[in-house]
Design a protein around this ligand. Structure first.
Ligand SMILES: Nc1nc2c(ncn2[C@@H]2O[C@H](COP(=O)(O)OP(=O)(O)OP(=O)(O)O)[C@@H](O)[C@H]2O)c(=O)[nH]1
Ligand SMILES: [Mg+2]
Length: 414
């Protein structure tokens, strides 16, 4: 579908010099994207997609969890018994450790992350197949360790109980962040299992050849943790309701967020993957619409702003058919800045949507004059000029990869 993209990307410097014309102006039709037709073909026949309201029910981005590590097993107190062996000596085994419990992890391409603890511990672990915290229960109890037995038998330690969480899960205790499970394979031990008790064999000494003392197992750790999911994607689309973010994501990727002409159609973040040549994939997140005062919890509130936090690239989607469209960009940047300082300064592109509408054409030059920067004018419905956005996104992505690798960090890969 995107033939030529790989060739173009490899010959393009990540940061374009200001004097250079952007690649889409040099060769404006490097890609062919028949988005509207393609979208129809991609719907599965006979399978009704879930409504946004139902999807919202399954999408949980906050959870309070009580995690309890398993208790340690008790040590045994008994003596060796054998015919014609009067003083067999103590042979009570130690109890097993309790299992750790509760692991929190992020989804990626592997298992969920996990948290481990002793005895039966509870651990949180990241699982790529897990997309939200809806499957996380409110309470987890780790497995108890087994008691020690006669004949020096030690009790079995409790197995670790893993809580599978999506990639990008933050673990908080009170207001303190205790773990950030941002990568696949991350684990966090949420509650330690209790240590097993000692059997009477442990207390054997020269001055005490027949100890009867044994100790009970320790109780497992108990903690109340708050899990918070922050969507992880390369690029996040921010825009006012009805700007056409979901339509754009449908046109660019296989994601199927609901599209309708009323505001706040999208109620949860959707992630779409754009495939480029050379198996490169860019994840783009469609975030519910923002309005003025979103940082003060207006509209759908500030809860959704946190899903933008982890996107290293931003796409400001503007409805070009509305008068004075530059005010949308200013308002969006203000809201992001109010939420977190420097958030609006991240590498970004201004996407002017609905260029197919007659009033939009007239607004375009005004928008460019006001912003004084490149604006990608396109139509998510007709597919006009989508190539420019795809190429620009690749330039931003390449610059991001270069910067991450330059700083010795592992860039996010899908
Ligand atoms: N003419 C035209 N209409 C568009 C275009 N893109 C989106 N629309 C229409 O705009 C309306 C809103 O589109 P959505 O994609 O749901 O907008 P959104 O930004 O996701 O809205 P929220 O989910 O409420 O934040 C729908 O009726 C779309 O058909 C476009 O390029 N041209
Ligand atoms: Mg939407």
């Amino acid at each position: 579908m995107f033939e030529g993209m790989g060739h173009w990307a490899s010959s393009t410097q990540a940061g374009l010099k200001p004097s250079q014309p952007p690649p889409w102006q040099v060769s404006p039709r490097l890609l062919s994207v028949g988005c509207a037709d393609l979208v129809k073909h991609q719907e599965l026949p006979g399978k009704k997609p879930l409504s946004e309201k139902k999807l919202k029910k399954y999408f949980v981005d906050c959870r309070r969890v009580l995690v309890c590590g398993g208790n340690g097993g008790a040590g045994a107190s008994c003596f060796h018994s054998e015919p014609r062996k009067e003083f067999g000596g103590p042979d009570g085994g130690d109890g097993g450790n309790g299992g750790h419990e509760h692991s929190v992890s992020c989804p990626g391409t592997g298992r969920a992350g996990r948290v481990r603890a002793r005895g039966c511990a509870v651990a949180a672990a990241v699982d790529q197949r897990v997309k939200s915290l809806s499957s996380v229960l409110s309470r987890y109890q780790g497995f108890n360790g087994e008691d020690g037995g006669s004949k020096n038998c030690f009790g079995r330690s409790g197995a670790v109980l893993y809580i599978q969480v999506p990639v990008g899960t933050l673990v908080k205790e009170g207001n303190r962040v205790v773990a950030d499970l941002a990568h696949l394979g991350d684990e966090y031990i949420a509650a330690l299992g209790g240590a097993g008790g000692k059997g009477n064999r442990f207390f054997l000494a020269n001055d005490n050849r027949a100890p009867v003392t044994c100790t009970p197992g320790q109780p497992g750790q108990q903690r109340v943790l708050h899990l918070e999911l922050k969507t992880v994607a390369h690029a996040g689309m921010v825009g006012f309701p009805n700007a056409g973010k979901s339509s754009l994501l449908r046109a660019l990727s296989n994601a199927r967020p609901a599209v309708a002409s009323y505001p706040f159609t999208t109620l949860k973040p959707h992630i779409g993957i754009i495939h480029y040549e050379g198996h490169q994939q860019i994840a783009v997140a469609d975030i519910p619409g923002l309005i003025r005062g979103a940082h003060q919890n207006r509209g759908l509130g500030s809860a959704f702003l946190r899903h933008i936090e982890r996107c290293c690239l931003l796409l400001f989607v503007v409805d070009l058919s509305l008068p004075e469209p530059w005010t949308q960009v200013d308002d969006l940047k203000y809201e992001l800045e109010m939420y977190e300082e420097g958030l609006s300064e991240r590498p970004h592109a201004i996407v002017a949507n609905k260029i197919d509408l007659p009033e939009a054409r007239a607004n375009l030059s005004q928008l460019r004059d006001h912003l004084g920067q490149e604006v990608i004018a396109l139509s998510a419905v007709t597919g006009e000029n989508l190539e420019q956005l795809l190429l620009h996104l690749k330039v931003l992505y390449d610059a991001y990869m270069e910067a991450e690798l330059g700083q010795g960090r592992e860039p996010l890969r899908w």
